[in-house]
Design a protein around this ligand. Structure first.
Ligand SMILES: [Zn+2]
Ligand SMILES: [Zn+2]
Length: 106
């Protein structure tokens, strides 16, 4: 587990539609906006079942990022959806780079 991992740099690249996260252990992940939106962890997207669901949203513009405490990022999307609190642990598990285990569809 990488529960202690936290981002040292979070950069939104609107032109590439990527959120680039640099982690405290030097790891780097480039998260496509649609991929992040798809794995929104909020109850509205995920419901209360056990299985994680991938959401296909029409508007996946990432317009704003807020820090939540020192454990998560709140992502604001172009369609007004903003209830997703992405914990650092969740983000790290979603890391789409080839070195990380792929548990999710891109
Ligand atoms: Zn959501
Ligand atoms: Zn990775």
């Amino acid at each position: 587990m990488t529960a202690a991992a936290y981002p040292t740099e979070v950069r939104r690249r609107a032109d590439e539609r990527i959120l680039a996260i640099l982690w405290n252990d030097g790891h780097r992940g480039d998260y496509p906006f649609a991929y992040l939106r798809g794995w929104c962890p909020c109850a509205g997207c995920q419901g209360h079942g056990g299985d994680k669901r991938y959401i296909h949203a029409e508007n996946t513009d990432l317009i704003k990022i807020d820090l939540v405490g020192n454990y998560a990022l709140q992502l604001h999307w172009g369609d007004g959806h903003e209830t997703g609190i992405y914990t650092y642990q969740h983000l790290r598990e979603l890391c789409p780079c080839p070195e990380c285990p792929q548990t999710s569809p891109a």
